[in-house]
Design a protein. Structure first.
Length: 90
């Protein structure tokens, strides 16, 4: 039991030192995380812009395919008319 009591301060000193270091470095870690969250690196900005461009190209492709499909269906029904000529009603 005496050995345990003699060893106890040595064991606790390591824990206390580690806790003190954690408390001292915590504000630095918090500020660093905040700065990282607020700022955007050039690589992140490039990735975001590339993603936006790809999404726009995909949207344009979908729209073009939809227009082609609609034109093909209209042609099959015999309803195709020039774009600048209005439809006549009989």
């Amino acid at each position: 039991m005496r050995i345990l009591l003699l060893a106890l301060p040595l064991l606790l000193s390591g824990c206390l030192a580690r806790t003190a270091i954690d408390i001292v470095t915590l504000p630095v870690k918090v500020v660093g995380a905040g700065v990282d969250a607020v700022t955007t690196s050039q690589a992140e900005a490039d990735q975001r812009r590339g993603r936006e461009i790809r999404q726009e190209e995909e949207r344009q492709g979908r729209d073009a395919r939809r227009r082609e499909r609609e034109q093909r269906r209209a042609a099959e029904r015999g309803e195709e008319q020039p774009e600048d000529e209005p439809q006549s009603r009989s």
